[in-house]
Design a protein around this ligand. Structure first.
Ligand SMILES: [Zn+2]
Length: 106
């Protein structure tokens, strides 16, 4: 058997490996590394997307003044961001809760 990720041989008994959903086999290490990379990429996407929202809001704010800019549009966009990057928000909210708990008790 060969690992579908690194293409190296998998020793059935010596290596730790897992079967993927499409029936191939991969080293456990390879699979973990891959999922860490994917998660990092998703985080970059989430942050990049958030930055775009931020920049557009700032431009609208500077251009139109505080009261005229379409705040609802930005809020809707943020809601969409929350839907698209649910897991990222989940972790950020957890971080915030932990921080708050530490802050309160400390
Ligand atoms: Zn491998």
């Amino acid at each position: 058997m060969r690992c579908a990720i690194c293409n190296k041989r998998i020793e059935r008994n010596a290596d730790r490996w897992v079967r993927t959903m499409d029936g191939t086999v991969v080293h456990l290490m390879c699979s973990e590394r891959e999922s860490r990379q994917m998660w990092r990429q998703r985080q970059y996407w989430a942050i990049g997307h958030l930055l775009v929202i931020e920049i557009v809001s700032l431009v609208l704010l500077v251009h139109d003044g505080v009261l005229n800019w379409p705040a609802w549009l930005i809020l809707a966009w943020l809601a969409l961001h929350r839907l698209l990057h649910r897991r990222w928000w989940h972790y950020r909210e957890r971080d915030l809760r932990n921080w708050w708990r530490r802050h309160k008790s400390g």
